[in-house]
Design a protein around this ligand. Structure first.
Ligand SMILES: *[C@@H]1O[C@H](CO)[C@@H](O)[C@H](O)[C@H]1NC(C)=O
Ligand SMILES: *[C@@H]1O[C@H](CO)[C@@H](O)[C@H](O)[C@H]1NC(C)=O
Ligand SMILES: *[C@@H]1O[C@H](CO)[C@@H](O)[C@H](O)[C@H]1NC(C)=O
Ligand SMILES: *[C@@H]1O[C@H](CO)[C@@H](O)[C@H](O)[C@H]1NC(C)=O
Ligand SMILES: *[C@@H]1O[C@H](CO)[C@@H](O)[C@H](O)[C@H]1NC(C)=O
Ligand SMILES: *[C@@H]1O[C@H](CO)[C@@H](O)[C@H](O)[C@H]1NC(C)=O
Ligand SMILES: *[C@@H]1O[C@H](CO)[C@@H](O)[C@H](O)[C@H]1NC(C)=O
Ligand SMILES: *[C@@H]1O[C@H](CO)[C@@H](O)[C@H](O)[C@H]1NC(C)=O
Ligand SMILES: *[C@@H]1O[C@H](CO)[C@@H](O)[C@H](O)[C@H]1NC(C)=O
Ligand SMILES: *[C@@H]1O[C@H](CO)[C@@H](O)[C@H](O)[C@H]1NC(C)=O
Length: 496
């Protein structure tokens, strides 16, 4: 039995298993949307949510797939005499159902926040012990998504059973309401949620909280070097590279309907360069994290807008398979930054219809020529001997067709993708309302593919060499090109 067949069998089993194990019908691909926390913290209001929602529609972000408008912590004013949560009427003068109705009228979904503890992280009333009451309240308001945090959990954590039981209560309560709601567990990777949370939830936070830094170490995000081991102290102030290097060991435990959540996006918040934000966006898409924008959408820069909207990158996130990219290699390099860091990484993932994604990530302190061979890329398929290494591949650069700054600027100024005369942006963005990503990918829509920049010639030792900027990324979609070369081994189903 060839190794190819084994892997095919494993893939088949995995896809069957995920169909069976999906606990609700949601998040077949990673959920997309916006959450106020990264940019606004506790400064929440009806105006903020509705203003953001309107802007997401005007700018075509809803139609690019950013569907959920998620309200984070600090919205409540405790419980009424009968025990139900009530909103702060200064921040939400018309109540929560009104907010939900307005958001629904815009064709968007409404997300709500609570906590599997006595208090939320901001020390408002938590849902521990009130799971069904609160789930019923949320369903009554018309909530479509619950982000469920982990503060003040009264010691009900420390092993998988205890965490499972605590998070299961809300899962069951949400299900009991009969209303379909995304359940986004936010337990910071505690007690290895990738082992069990797919049975309860649509996503689970895989690490401590992100912050708006590319690779700055911070003592508040411990276990920097303890990759692959469970970190009891999950922390916060975790940089983009910290998160990438922590999730590498279990990222493939994501599946359709249940995803490792690498935390909300920081693109637009100012702590990273444009090139670093491209790494952030590329990796969150390739690793199939939920894509939850975390910046002020009402004052987006053209650069941030064109990162969030890049259709070739969003097509990775919304690929119809449940696969995540996986790291092929990582090398430390002499070119280090002020923190003594310098590394380069190669990532590869399987996409639908026999395509692959390959990402060259340069976290070193200077521009680097990075090199990969086809036997590197297809090591899991059998390396140099594999059919894939002996095929030609058309290379599509996923950032080459990024929306030009001038186009983005025109759209933002005219506040409509349609209104910017002569620059409607349709060649640089995708409308998933008109046609789903799955259908667009099946039809080879060019806007989802990126730009064809050449062919990677067949041969195990055949090398793709590319200059990757300092703290930068080059990402490609690989598509089978032309006829198979002679001598290629064909994968046969009867080898199973
Ligand atoms: C996307 O397509 C829908 C349905 O065809 C349409 O109503 C909407 O205006 C389009 N959005 C944009 C930004 O063009
Ligand atoms: C609890 O009180 C709130 C506010 O007074 C009210 O809206 C809600 O219907 C009550 N719920 C129950 C179950 O009585
Ligand atoms: C977790 O629960 C299982 C099944 O009930 C039990 O066998 C196991 O000992 C428990 N583990 C811990 C750490 O409590
Ligand atoms: C409740 O759970 C059942 C069994 O997993 C599932 O079929 C159903 O879709 C769920 N309902 C909701 C509203 O999530
Ligand atoms: C997932 O990745 C880990 C770490 O690289 C690897 O050991 C494991 O075999 C992978 N599992 C699958 C199902 O690919
Ligand atoms: C990639 O190959 C080029 C040409 O052989 C070489 O100069 C460069 O150092 C290689 N890059 C790395 C990171 O090894
Ligand atoms: C993009 O446009 C904005 C607004 O006009 C400008 O401030 C910025 O410098 C431009 N960026 C680039 C990379 O040209
Ligand atoms: C967008 O344009 C409309 C009408 O052209 C206007 O009413 C609205 O205030 C604008 N929104 C923003 C955020 O500029
Ligand atoms: C957008 O512009 C392109 C050419 O710039 C044009 O072909 C297309 O019809 C326009 N689409 C819409 C919806 O206006
Ligand atoms: C899309 O491209 C693939 C690979 O090039 C090809 O096999 C397939 O037939 C194409 N599908 C359509 C609908 O054009």
């Amino acid at each position: 039995m060839a190794i190819n067949s084994l892997l095919t069998a494993a893939t088949l089993l995995a896809s069957q298993a995920s169909a069976v194990l999906m606990h609700n019908a949601l998040a077949v691909t990673p959920q997309m949307g916006w959450d106020n926390w990264n940019a606004f913290g506790c400064d929440v209001s009806e105006d903020l949510l509705l203003g953001t929602a309107r802007r997401m529609v005007e700018l075509g972000m809803r139609d690019a797939g950013y569907y959920y408008v998620v309200l984070d912590d600090c919205w409540s004013n405790g419980r009424t005499a009968n025990g139900t949560l009530q909103p702060d009427t200064t921040k939400f003068p018309n109540g929560m159902k009104h907010v939900a109705d307005q958001i629904h009228a815009l064709g968007l979904g409404f997300g709500m926040y609570s906590d599997a503890g006595k208090y939320t992280c901001g020390q408002y009333a938590g849902s521990l012990g009130y799971e069904q009451v609160d789930a019923d309240t949320f369903a009554g308001w018309g909530v479509d998504y619950l982000k469920y945090d982990n503060c003040f959990n009264e010691g009900q954590s420390g092993n998988k059973n205890i965490s499972y039981a605590r998070y299961e209560r809300m899962s069951t309560a949400l299900n009991n309401t009969g209303r379909q709601m995304i359940y986004g567990m936010c337990n910071w990777g505690q007690d290895e949620p990738y082992d069990w949370a797919f049975m309860l939830a649509n996503s689970w936070r895989a690490t401590g909280d992100i912050y708006d830094q590319f690779d700055r170490p911070d003592p508040r995000c411990p276990c920097e070097e303890k990759e692959g081991t469970n970190c009891a102290l999950t922390g916060y102030h975790c940089s983009v590279m910290n998160i990438i290097n922590k999730v590498v060991w279990f990222i493939n435990r994501s599946q359709q309907g249940g995803w490792n959540d690498l935390d909300m996006l920081e693109v637009g918040n100012g702590g990273m360069t444009d090139s670093e934000y491209k790494i952030h966006m590329t990796m969150w898409a390739a690793l199939r994290s939920p894509l939850i924008m975390g910046t002020d959408i009402r004052s987006l820069s053209p650069e941030s807008y064109s990162i969030y909207m890049n259709p070739a990158i969003l097509a990775l996130s919304q690929d119809p398979t449940g696969n995540t990219a996986q790291r092929i290699w990582r090398y430390y390099v002499p070119s280090v930054n002020q923190y003594g860091r310098g590394e380069i990484q190669l990532w590869k993932g399987n996409l639908a219809y026999g395509d692959y994604v390959v990402v060259f990530l340069n976290a070193a302190n200077e521009d680097m020529y990075m090199n990969a061979t086809l036997s590197d890329i297809f090591v899991d398929e059998g390396g140099a001997e594999s059919a894939q290494a002996n095929s030609n591949w058309d290379m599509y650069d996923l950032w080459a067709n990024r929306m030009p700054n001038a186009t983005a600027n025109a759209i933002l100024s005219a506040n409509s993708t349609m209104a910017a005369t002569g620059m409607n942006g349709t060649e640089y963005s995708y409308n998933a309302t008109a046609q789903s990503y799955a259908d667009g990918i099946a039809k080879n829509e060019t806007v989802l593919m990126g730009k064809n920049v050449g062919t990677w010639q067949a041969g195990g030792g055949s090398t793709w060499s590319v200059l990757v900027p300092r703290h930068g990324v080059m990402a490609y979609r690989l598509r089978p090109s032309g006829a198979p070369t002679t001598g290629m081994r064909r994968r046969r189903r009867d080898e199973l």
